[in-house]
Design a protein around this ligand. Structure first.
Ligand code: SF4
Ligand code: SF4
Length: 152
């Protein structure tokens, strides 16, 4: 489960929004991880105060791919299956190279205020899905016309 530094956490709720697995609860105004966590690490990059650490697991890409489906389901998007592996690989490459899971379809500029908006799920995806039918990475789409293999 994610380790959340209680002293740093300011209870903004961002990590709860990002997690597709309900693996974080809000207890007394502070985030608290639970055992549903699959260690995808998607929440950690979005904490504004760096309060979250998540253990490394061997199949990180598999966990990110599961998160893609869970996040889409939680927010009412569909997933373009042919993009899943490419995007997950790109996210892990950016984590290794740049220290965060920046969107692989955008340029990492080195400017914090710009780059933080590109951490997946990026600040732009909801508007793009709404206006263009899919996000810039062609990962999340508006139309529920694609089979989700994780939907049981
Ligand atoms: S994103 Fe960070 S500060 Fe916000 S609730 Fe989660 S742990 Fe706390
Ligand atoms: S690491 Fe992934 S599954 Fe675990 S709490 Fe964060 S977003 Fe949820």
């Amino acid at each position: 489960m994610p380790k959340i530094n209680n002293e740093l956490c300011m209870g903004c709720g961002k990590c709860l929004e990002i997690c597709g697995f309900d693996a974080i609860d809000m207890v007394g105004g502070k985030a608290k991880g639970n055992k549903k966590c699959i260690a995808c690490r998607m929440c950690a990059g979005h904490c504004p105060v760096g309060a979250i650490t998540v253990k490394e697991i061997p199949d990180h890409q598999g966990a990110v791919e599961k998160w893609i489906h869970a996040y889409a389901k939680k927010h009412g998007f569909a997933v373009k299956e042919e993009s899943v592996g490419r995007v997950a690989q790109g996210l892990l490459m950016n984590l290794k190279k740049h220290g965060a899971m920046y969107c692989p379809c955008r340029i990492v500029t080195g400017k914090k205020d710009i780059d933080e908006k590109s951490v997946c799920p990026c600040a732009y995806h909801k508007k793009e899905i709404e206006e263009d039918g899919e996000c810039h990475c062609m990962l999340f789409t508006k139309y529920l016309c694609i089979d989700d293999p994780y939907d049981t």
